[in-house]
Write a protein that binds this ligand. Structure first.
Ligand code: BTN
Length: 254
């Protein structure tokens, strides 16, 4: 895959004190995560940020694709080289979800809740999703946030939303990005606090859920998230389990 021309270098006035340095804004790329994973393997430093107006092969969780109309979503990937143990890295990804919910709220007034592990929801509809991918010691955190959608693809109508569709104040992708980079940098300095605040925004908490995994399905009531970001479940038979990977469906109370 050839790399595309860098469309613009983005000035980030509010983000001047963040750990994030260069922002590369591309007109089109297959996937900002793919691009940044390749940059990471080639030795790029932590803090590199890549944004695209459009992705031709956006990646979602669990092998799914991520589709957004061109120019309508903030499609961003961040390069981290974390020093915390690998089994705790998920907290960094949860913290990104929390920081994005806070940035969206600050910039648009739209209040999004979190669905474990990293979806931002308004009602039952998805406003943003996060896909983290690793390459050696590098962790690429990719986020897609629906900012201003005027045409909702038919297949997404029932499951996706955007800030403008939720009555949010008009904003730009640049403004949301700047607020996010600022907030995420600050949040990364206190991960214990971030975990608490993540739980406070977690719509999954206390809900009866179905967790779909590659090798089966679990049901139970979500009781919290541990220090590694695993979802803690109480099962009907009185047993408990913790889940590190899976797709959560919020079930209606019986
Ligand atoms: C999900 O399935 O909820 C995760 C979606 C993640 C999409 C973002 S858009 C920017 C980055 N580049 C990708 O290819 N995927 C992530």
């Amino acid at each position: 895959m050839t790399e595309r021309r860098i469309l613009r270098a983005v000035a980030m006035p509010k983000a001047s004190s963040t750990i994030f340095g260069e922002v590369r804004w591309l007109a089109e790329i297959d996937s900002t995560n793919r691009y940044l994973l390749d940059e990471a393997r080639a030795g790029a430093a932590a803090g590199l940020v890549v944004v695209a107006d459009h992705q031709t092969a956006g990646r979602g969780r669990l092998g799914r694709s991520w589709v957004a109309p061109p120019g309508a979503s903030l499609l961003v990937s961040l390069l981290l080289r974390p020093t915390i143990p690998v089994d705790r890295r998920h907290v960094l990804v949860m913290t990104a979800g929390l920081a994005m919910a806070e940035a969206v709220e600050a910039e648009t007034g739209v209040i999004a809740g979190l669905k474990w592990p990293n979806d931002l929801l308004v009602g039952d509809r998805k406003l943003a999703g996060i896909l983290a991918e690793a390459a050696g010691d590098a962790l690429v955190v990719g986020i897609g946030v629906n900012i201003e959608w005027h045409e909702v693809p038919d297949e997404l109508r029932a499951i996706a939303t955007a800030c403008n569709l939720e009555g949010g104040r008009a904003t730009t992708r640049e403004a949301v990005l700047a607020a996010f980079l600022d907030g995420y940098s600050a949040r990364l300095t206190d991960l214990a606090r971030a975990r608490e605040d993540y739980e406070a925004r977690l719509l999954t908490l206390g809900r009866r859920v179905r967790v779909e995994q590659i090798d089966g399905v679990l049901t139970g009531v979500a009781r919290g998230v541990d220090a590694s970001g695993r979802l803690l479940l109480d099962h009907d038979d009185g047993t408990q389990s913790s889940v590190s990977v899976g797709d959560v469906v919020h079930l209606r109370a019986e």
